[in-house]
Design a binder for this molecule. Structure first.
Ligand code: SF4
Length: 178
């Protein structure tokens, strides 16, 4: 059976996932070595059981993020902090003092060139926590991939090492705590 791999997106901008896609043809090679069982790229709604490696992009910024992080930890053998938002909070941590009303007003009224108004039917936005948290403050994390975003090469190295059953050994790139 191939290793089961997941990727998840918490409070981030999707840039780390875009960098993952920058692996280009190496993605085809990876697809031969693993099964992608959950990801923003895949239409799976519930986080599955028995996942070998999960890459998590983004800080824990709201209660939905926290709940998903705990589910991921319960069902993943290795959890990897994927990018600086997951590792340190990074830019995600700069917005949590703002209220939803303030963000909508800034986006749709103050910065609008034409017809400034807040749309009536915008989707429900989860209330932000008082402070965004790096992933390892919420759940134990096994490996860290730094960068905003990490390069495709860093991601490739980390994933192929983990799939081979080894912790990534490039200590100047990866810090392992605990
Ligand atoms: Fe986006 Fe950078 Fe955060 Fe990745 S680390 S989610 S690229 S801001």
């Amino acid at each position: 059976m191939k290793p089961r791999v997941a990727t998840a997106w918490l409070g981030g901008c999707s840039g780390c996932h875009m960098s993952l896609l920058d692996m280009d043809e190496r993605l085809i090679e990876l697809a031969d070595k693993m099964d992608l069982v959950y990801s923003p790229f895949a239409d799976v709604k519930e986080f599955p059981r028995d996942v070998d490696v999960t890459l998590v992009e983004g800080a824990v910024a709201n209660l939905e993020n926290e709940e998903l992080a705990r589910i991921i930890r319960r069902h993943s053998r290795h959890v990897v902090s994927f990018g600086d938002c997951a590792v340190t909070g990074n830019v995600t941590a700069m917005r949590n003092h703002l209220t939803v009303d303030a963000v909508l007003n800034r986006s749709y009224v103050e910065l609008s060139d034409m017809h400034p108004h807040i749309p009536r039917d915008y989707p429900t936005i989860a209330e932000l926590m008082k402070q965004a948290r790096p992933l390892h403050e919420i759940i134990p994390v096994d490996a860290y991939i730094h960068g905003c975003p990490p390069t495709a090469g860093q991601i490739w190295t980390a994933v192929t090492e983990l799939l081979a059953g080894r912790m990534p050994a490039l200590t100047h790139v990866y810090l392992r705590y605990g």
